[in-house]
Ligand binder design. Structure first.
Ligand SMILES: NC(=O)c1ccc[n+]([C@@H]2O[C@H](COP(=O)([O-])OP(=O)(O)OC[C@H]3O[C@@H](n4cnc5c(N)ncnc54)[C@H](OP(=O)(O)O)[C@@H]3O)[C@@H](O)[C@H]2O)c1
Length: 303
């Protein structure tokens, strides 16, 4: 029987249990993937804790994980252009990434020179970054403040916005300032006094992308002259101050992987540094994610 990391109940990291699961067959328009690597996102931890049951109504027995890279293991009867053995990356429609096998409804070929780990770290961040930049309707010449510019989503968003001709002011901790500069942004420290520090760089900003959910929205509203062009990916209280929450839906940015994967393959897109653990250590990965001990994107490696 195949194995996966199953959510035995909502709770601390130990509720993630490596165990036998049934063999799933792909639907007519799906692929079954032998998972080589699975990205771990802060959203996975929110689901595990039971913090986001309205957005993700999962039950005990679910397998977490939105993003994988792997090898096609079985092809649905209506799928064309993909064969068993092909290397692909996938943003999974629902969950299901932390297993030996995953079922995917959409995929992008993985270039040979992109590692399994990089490929698995890209999908969720790329989709969120491309999607929210579109929703903010930012254009060349504008100034964009990104809260969490050195995080997984922020790293991708900063580079895409800079490439599109925007000036990006990136809120990040001082240890990440050089990294944000390397990405093409102007770093400022987050926390109290953020608005003053941003004003030293630019008197106002045209739009704000909150990729941290850790505060800063009141400053963002003040800097942008109102909440209209401020959006968050992560602050559940944003609507209380008029800020829109950008939800990951299938139509937000279906083009995201086709746009970003070639950039990654060409070395034109950098990702946040990764730390890898075996797939069997998903509970430890979640413990690390929530401990603040590490500063890297976590990726689980399959066989
Ligand atoms: N709605 C969606 O569709 C969607 C999609 C993807 C992700 N998300 C959510 O978006 C958030 C970011 O995801 P991620 O994968 O990029 O996480 P991540 O890699 O952990 O990045 C978060 C970044 O925020 C920084 N940060 C911490 N406190 C901050 C503050 N007060 N102000 C500004 N930045 C601060 C962190 O810096 P330090 O390292 O210094 O703490 C880190 O660089 C998560 O909450 C995730 O669940 C939502």
């Amino acid at each position: 029987m195949p194995k996966a990391v199953v959510l035995s109940q909502f709770g601390p990291p130990e509720v993630l249990v490596w165990t036998d699961v049934p063999t799933f067959e792909p639907g007519p328009e799906q692929l079954r993937i032998r998972v080589k690597a699975a990205g771990v996102s802060p959203t996975d931890a929110k689901i595990r804790r039971g913090d986001v049951t309205a957005a993700f109504p999962v039950a005990a027995g679910a397998v977490l994980g939105f993003e994988v890279s792997g090898v096609v293991d079985a092809v649905g009867s209506s799928v064309a252009g993909v064969r068993e053995g092909d290397a692909v990356i996938c943003l999974l429609g629902g969950l299901g990434g932390y297993g030996e096998f995953a079922i995917a409804s959409s995929w992008t070929p993985k270039p040979e020179d992109v590692s399994w780990s990089d490929a698995a770290a890209l999908p969720s961040s790329a989709e969120a970054a491309v999607g929210i930049l579109k929703q903010l309707e930012v254009t060349s010449g504008e100034t964009l403040l990104i809260l969490g510019a050195a995080g997984s989503v922020g790293t991708v968003a900063t580079q895409l916005a800079v490439a599109d001709g925007l000036m990006v002011i990136g809120a990040a901790s001082p240890r990440d300032h050089e990294f944000v500069r390397d990405l093409g942004g102007v770093p400022v420290s987050y926390g109290a006094g953020l608005a003053d520090r941003v004003r030293e760089v630019s008197p106002s900003v045209d739009a704000v992308l909150d990729a941290s959910g850790m505060g800063g929205l009141p400053d963002a509203i003040a800097l942008a002259g109102g909440p209209k062009r401020v959006m968050t990916l992560a602050d559940p209280h944003a609507s209380e101050i008029g800020v829109a929450f950008s939800v990951g839906t299938p139509d937000r940015a279906p083009e995201a992987l086709d746009r970003t994967m070639p950039l990654l393959a060409d070395g034109a897109l950098r990702l946040r540094q990764q730390r890898t653990l075996p797939l069997t250590d998903a509970a430890e990965a979640h413990r690390l994610l929530e401990s603040g001990e590490i500063h890297e994107k976590l990726v689980l490696l399959g066989e």
